[in-house]
Design a protein around this ligand. Structure first.
Ligand SMILES: [Zn+2]
Length: 307
């Protein structure tokens, strides 16, 4: 190899590993739950959850639901490799069930603000709004704050394996809700193709004037919905993103092993902090959380009216 090429290679290598050093920072411990109670907001809940242990994050979710007067049940998940709890809220009436998921756990190396405290916090705000409205008649909502997603979709799989799914209308797993002004519906394949759940998400986006688009299979980045699509149900992932990143994100998820992505700044925004120590609350945009909350609420309303 020529000297120039070597230099280029070393340069690339240094850039590739730089995020691990530059972003490694001593973080302040997360604020106490009282910080959230002072002025409850999705942003504050993200701050309280970030960096905490999984069981503390789950506890924060339960306390936030308690504070809002929203009742829930706990579903214990226990097997050879995992012990945890799904926190489940059910709302409304109707013969069909819309299932939303947002996982509460995080990977050890990341504080887990965007992945996935963001979607949990937006979901709690959506439930606060929905519980104040007249109960849905056409569709009930089951919101699962799932555990062990990062350990192999443990909570979602347990739920899918141990509950009657015959009334399920569609499943949406919300992942990365804290950055962007648009949303993507992904893994639109198999039973999800031309499914009502995709249609109601799109209609809700249209009603709210939020740009959105669908994507087919995303092999490397699964989420909780996969536990349900395995059972033959229409189940998709939903992720917020900057609209300007659409093309880049499509090419990233289609070819995540391409060496060019080693350069952190080349990646689509939401993958710059994904599963790294950089996934802290400072990256979260309150407007994106608010957009997610509105999308969840509108999707429930649209689904309730849908056939
Ligand atoms: Zn996640």
């Amino acid at each position: 190899m020529k000297r120039g090429k070597w230099l280029l290679l070393i340069g690339f290598g240094a850039l590739a590993v730089s995020p691990f050093f530059l972003w490694e920072r001593a973080r302040e411990p997360a604020p106490d739950f009282s910080y959230y109670l002072e002025a409850p907001s999705a942003m504050r809940l993200v701050e309280v959850m970030s960096g905490r242990l999984d069981l503390e994050r789950r506890d924060v979710v339960k306390k936030a639901l308690d504070a809002a007067g929203i009742s829930y049940r706990e579903e214990h998940v226990s097997n050879r490799i995992f012990n945890g709890v799904n926190v489940i809220v059910e709302l409304g009436e109707g013969s069909e069930t819309l299932v939303f998921l947002a996982h509460t756990d995080r990977v050890a190396e990341a504080p887990g603000a965007n992945d996935n405290a963001s979607c949990v916090a937006a979901g709690i705000d959506a439930l606060k709004i929905l519980t104040k409205e007249q109960a849905t008649k056409g569709k009930r909502l089951r919101f699962i704050f799932s555990d062990g997603e990062e350990k192999g979709l443990q909570g979602a799989a347990h739920h899918a394996n141990n509950n009657d799914l015959s009334t399920v209308y569609g499943v949406a797993s919300f992942e990365l809700c804290g950055v962007g002004d648009a949303f993507g519906i992904w893994d639109v394949v198999g039973p999800a193709l031309n499914s009502p759940i995709v249609a109601v998400l799109q209609k809700a986006g249209q009603n709210l004037n939020i740009y959105n688009a669908t994507h087919g299979a995303v092999p490397r980045f699964g989420s909780d919905h996969l536990a349900f699509s395995k059972k033959g149900l229409a189940a998709v992932g939903v992720t917020m993103l900057p609209r300007d990143d659409e093309e880049k994100l499509r090419s990233y998820v289609d070819d995540p092993n391409n060496p060019k992505w080693l350069l952190n700044f080349v990646r689509p925004t939401i993958f710059r902090t994904y599963h790294t120590s950089g996934d802290g609350p400072e990256t979260i945009q309150p407007v994106a959380l608010d957009m997610t909350t509105r999308l969840m609420v509108e999707t429930v309303r649209v689904a309730d009216q849908a056939k």
